[in-house]
Write a protein that binds this ligand. Structure first.
Ligand SMILES: Nc1ncnc2c1ncn2[C@@H]1O[C@H](COP(=O)(O)OP(=O)(O)O)[C@@H](O)[C@H]1O
Ligand SMILES: [Mg+2]
Length: 246
């Protein structure tokens, strides 16, 4: 790499009319990091992801990938820099077979990026995410938790350097949430990915990430290790009070 962070947000602000959904957030993400983002509903987490992936242009602030300024660029330019994301509401092609959904992602695979053999083709990707047995089923026929895995598979098919996961464990059973966390760690380790993971299941997330950002009313109120963040008085006040045992 060139010494620049993989992705950097500088003072990113997103306004919707009179509402400031993301308020001057700065953060840099280094290669190989597994970073969590937490915060109450409406804190601006998804909107921040939308800015990081080029889906929503910031009202103010700057975005850089590997030192290259991307502010205001279209989403495909973010994708070309190796940024892939999932959506809070999975976006799969319901009528198409599971394998065809992954093939769709492969069409957008970054050219020239050396791909791990684990991402060679749809079959390899389905193996990696544990959906090999479902390859021929229509996406509509698999369980909601399998659809979340499929969405991750579609994002992986683009052969990203940075994977943004928006509440991929929402609606899963406790056991499934833990399995999802293990998968996310394996992806980071085996594919050399940087992962930024938004999740509502805070206790699980805090056990698995090395660093966590806390958003509250659009502002970043903490950025540190899980043990630092759970001791941060502003975080406890704003959010964690009832969720994490002292
Ligand atoms: N497209 C939009 N238009 C208007 N307001 C929006 C839009 N998207 C999000 N918001 C508002 O921005 C705030 C942050 O939303 P969001 O980023 O979805 O929060 P989170 O993901 O943390 O729950 C909320 O008040 C939400 O209602
Ligand atoms: Mg959200």
């Amino acid at each position: 790499m060139n010494g620049h962070p993989l992705l950097e947000a500088r003072g990113v602000t997103v306004r919707f009319g009179g509402l400031t959904a993301v308020d001057g957030v700065s953060a840099a993400f280094a290669p190989g990091e597994l970073v969590g983002i937490i915060g109450p509903n409406g804190a601006g987490k998804t909107t921040f992801f939308n800015a990081l992936s080029g889906v929503t242009a910031p009202s103010a602030g700057e975005l850089f990938a590997g030192g290259l300024r991307l502010t205001g660029a279209r989403p495909h330019r973010y994708a070309r820099q190796g940024i892939a994301r999932t959506f809070q509401t999975p976006r799969v092609f319901a009528e198409l077979p599971v394998a065809a959904n992954v093939d769709f992602g492969l069409q957008f695979a970054g050219r020239g990026r050396s791909a791990s053999w684990l991402l060679k083709d749809a079959a390899s990707i389905l193996n990696l995410i544990g959906l090999a047995d479902q390859a021929a089923l229509p996406a509509a026929a698999i369980t909601p938790s399998q659809q979340r895995l499929l969405e991750i598979g579609m994002a992986l098919a683009t052969r990203p350097r940075l994977l943004l996961l928006d509440e991929v464990a929402a609606g899963l059973t406790e056991g499934e949430v833990e399995a999802m966390a293990q998968l996310i760690r394996r992806l980071r380790d085996e594919l050399d990915l940087t992962v930024i993971w938004i999740e509502h299941a805070v206790t699980t997330l805090l056990r698995h990430v090395e660093r966590v950002l806390v958003l509250h009313q659009g502002r970043k109120i903490a950025d540190g290790t899980p043990s630092e963040v759970v001791r941060n008085p502003e975080v406890v006040e704003a959010y964690l009070g009832d969720e994490v045992p002292a």
